[in-house]
Design a protein. Structure first.
Length: 122
């Protein structure tokens, strides 16, 4: 494979990572802010559980995979400039922030369902 083909493939991978990171970020933002507005959950409903636990877990795994893909892409670069190092650090930090908030969505729903104080309001 020629150097030009490797460079084109690397650029395409960067655009795919950037686009997928943007889509995951938007979905995460929507889920976190929607569930924050709906809390506290007083009664169990399947749609709430599916949204908080199901979609939250899927996004959690997808963000972890995205962070791993960013690191793998960085490792495969022929030359690692300071800009590439800064971008992979930013991707890992962004992944950690989103994993924290998505984890809180899942844990917060579970906590609302098992909270004895909220049980009295049901």
């Amino acid at each position: 494979m020629s150097d030009e083909a490797v460079a084109e493939r690397g650029a395409a991978g960067q655009y795919q990572l950037a686009f997928s990171g943007f889509v995951l970020s938007v979905l995460s933002f929507l889920l976190v802010f929607y569930t924050a507005g709906e809390e506290p959950y007083l009664v169990f409903r399947w749609p709430d559980c599916a949204l908080n636990v199901g979609v939250g877990a899927i996004l959690f795994v997808a963000f972890a995979a995205w962070g791993f893909a960013c690191v793998r892409h960085f490792q495969r670069l022929p030359r690692r400039s300071w800009l590439a190092k800064a971008l992979v650090c930013a991707c890992l930090l962004w992944s950690a922030i989103n994993l924290f908030y998505l984890g809180n969505v899942i844990y917060g729903y579970r906590q609302d369902m098992t909270n004895p104080i909220l049980r009295q309001l049901r």
